[in-house]
Write a protein that binds this ligand. Sequence first.
Ligand code: FES
Ligand SMILES: [Fe+2]
Length: 396
Amino acid sequence: MDDIPAKLQVADEAPVTTLRRKLAHGLVESCRRGAPAMAPKVRHEDVSFFLDKEMFAREQRKFFRDMPLVACLSNQLEPGAFRTFDLPGVPMIVVRAKDGKVRAFLNICRHRGARIVREDCGNASRFTCRFHGWTYDNAGKAVGIPEESQFCSEIDAEKNLIPCPAEERHGLVFVQATPNGRMDLDAHLGEFAKELAIIELDKAIPVFVEDLPFRANWKYAIDTFFETYHLNSLHKDTFRGLFSPHCVFETFGRHHRYTFAPKIVHDWVDMPESEWNLHLVPLQYFLFPNTIIAVGSTTPSGSTVGMHNLFPHAVDSFTDRFSFCAMHGVRSEEHRAEIRDSFEKSKVAVCREDYSVTSEAQAALAVLPKGTTFPIGRLEIGVDNFHRNVRELVDA
Ligand code: FES
Ligand SMILES: [Fe+2]
């Protein structure tokens, strides 16, 4: 927050409000100038970006095996709880033991490779493989092996679950699908860690979680979160007229924050700052490579946080694990109803509009002549940034 001019600092103000104040000034300034933030030039993206199986294989390795990924919110993993998820080709389980420590393992039995935990989430201190009944504790140790004497008893390492790195930062659980590997989370987050500290996800209490599977390329789906160019057309029944093309865009290494302007910001140009409703300034984040976090007051009585974790299964399919949270928790039944309403509206926009068009397009992309490119306009600044980062890593 060192970059907020002293005149904008307000004593005892919550850091997130100070951040919104800074961004509100940026949006008002953009409206005054009449010039939205834009990418330096039009990007021409080859259609193979969404189709190429070899490119997907490189993404699997570089993004989904060798890079820290958000597994869930810290508050989605109470002591004694577990969650499973599937990275491309890698079934994972993340657990929190009673001592509070978070651990991750390959969700693969050491006896013959069967999937051990088949539920998405739950509470358990032991996991039993359904094939021959090997049982593991939540530290990964094999603690029950039927007819154990028939197996070589002294080699424990051959029987225990294979660990992967897991750590928490600022209300998020990160894992890396590198068996027996190391994770440099601080290097991965860089300056973005300070931004995460400001939004206090450790106070975000999950209220609704749903898996949304779609037949489309995961990057095509991510693109829809970082351009407002489509709002008035695709979202004409949900968001039309609510936002303007002005935005404030900031990068933190490969991660970014994309703040688009509610229409009312145009009125703020001629209003005293004290009358700006800063809660209307949305904070939309991208944690490279596959997590979108939207912090906003979409309910009348308080902030909500929506998190989309996109887990690809193949070049043309993914599941979005959509978690919807209330900051500081649900205060009453009316509050819960408000949050449910907001969650359902978000799902309509994402599933029936964004991902619906995404899936429809995916099926047709392969028909296009080889070498076909799509223009990414200068206004589509978040999309441009994401593609540049993917290209830098995958084409290297
Ligand atoms: S594969 Fe799990 S117990 Fe045999
Ligand atoms: Fe959209």
